[in-house]
Design a protein around this ligand. Structure first.
Ligand SMILES: Cc1ncc(COP(=O)(O)OP(=O)(O)O)c(N)n1
Ligand SMILES: Cc1ncsc1CCOP(=O)(O)O
Ligand SMILES: [Mg+2]
Length: 224
């Protein structure tokens, strides 16, 4: 039986930001264009100083729009820059360490790939969300697993902790994940690489919000 979806957009920054001032302008236009619940600063293989510089520029903008700001991989940097939390993967700092460092109010999300077991473990530990993926092909990361939408329906039906869908999500392919029960769609290239002659990232944020608004939740059948 279809019911209204509460799904929201979760932005992941591009993996490199060569010009933080220029990106800040694009970032603000994107946040102005439609609902965004959360932003994750995901700069890979760059010195800490670059992460700190980007976070220092982007956090005030995110907070102006009531958007939570997370740091990828690094609870220590999240604490240092005053971020709202951290996203950790299975090869990053353990959940318990991140929670100890950041305290009870921080948002801590955990990568669970396509694993029910990892998600139940993260949920029991106290994670604020569990992330499943990759749902589609993506050039942003060599994703080690491919998830199917049934895992979202399974999680949505059984647990209170929100679930995030990630991996290759864009305006065209977002709807089945909303219908399957994703609480958040985590999107990077589907927003930042949206063609400028079609309105660029701001238009992508608007269009994904329109897809979310037009898509009721209609949970899939799953194996028990
Ligand atoms: C929301 C969200 N989900 C999954 C990931 C992937 O995290 P991880 O497996 O640690 O890989 P990297 O992002 O660190 O390359 C994520 N970052 N965000
Ligand atoms: C970080 C991450 N983890 C699994 S897929 C992925 C990449 C997300 O970026 P995109 O939305 O561009 O596929
Ligand atoms: Mg990681």
């Amino acid at each position: 039986m279809p019911s209204a979806s509460n799904c929201r957009l979760y932005l992941i920054t591009p993996p490199r930001l060569d010009d933080v001032a220029a990106f800040s302008r694009v970032f603000e236009a994107a946040l102005k264009a439609g609902d965004v619940a959360c932003v994750q600063l995901r700069l890979k293989d760059v010195p800490d100083d670059e992460v700190i510089e980007a976070a220092t520029a982007l956090i005030p903008i995110a907070h102006d729009y009531d958007v939570a700001f997370l740091i990828n991989d690094r609870p220590d940097i999240a604490k240092k820059v005053g971020a709202d939390g951290v996203h950790i993967g299975q090869d990053d700092a353990p959940y318990s360490e991140a929670r100890k460092l950041l305290g009870p109010d921080a948002i801590i999300g955990v990568t669970c790939h396509d694993s029910r077991h990892l998600a139940m473990k993260a949920g029991e530990q106290g994670a604020d969300y569990v992330a499943f993926g990759a749902f589609y092909d993506t050039a942003t990361k060599q994703a080690p697993t491919r998830a199917t939408p049934e895992i979202l329906s399974w999680w949505q039906q059984l647990f209170e902790v929100p679930c995030v869908a990630i991996g290759g999500i864009n305006v065209e392919n977002a709807a089945p994940l909303v219908a399957a029960g994703a609480d958040f769609l985590a999107v990077s290239s589907g927003v930042w690489s949206y063609p400028s002659d079609e309105g660029g990232p701001a238009q992508a944020v608007k269009a994904i919000n329109e897809v979310i608004a037009a898509t009721p939740m209609s949970l899939l059948e799953f194996d028990a």
